[in-house]
Design a protein around this ligand. Sequence first.
Ligand SMILES: [Zn+2]
Length: 134
Amino acid sequence: MVKLKNELTGPRVFVALGNQNEKIHLTGGYAKPEKNKSICGTDLAGKTIVDARDIAPREGYQDSKLWCLRCLHLLSYEALDQIILFSSVSMEKVGTYGAVVVIEHLERPRKYKTHPFNLTPVPEKSEWRIFERD
Ligand SMILES: [Zn+2]
């Protein structure tokens, strides 16, 4: 597995929902492309795997107590466009995931003056998502 910490776009992260009292785990991304286990290694059998865009940035999912903190920690190794979806998750006393992880991620090239952001190469033209006019 290649972890490109500064990459701006990367494979989609998914949210794994179990029963109401279970922590929400993450899967997909670079860490678990096959989505058979969570990023933290938990078996996901019986859980509903949902595109993070439909859960993570939404009202009602902002309390970090709902989330697996190991998964949220490991999420910081995923691409920025995936991390940013979790910006509004709020950790008591520490601040939002955005303040703690996203800003840190954005400041990295400036802080260390070494790694510019890596942009992924342009996909094959046949893979472009071209807007179809009516
Ligand atoms: Zn987890």
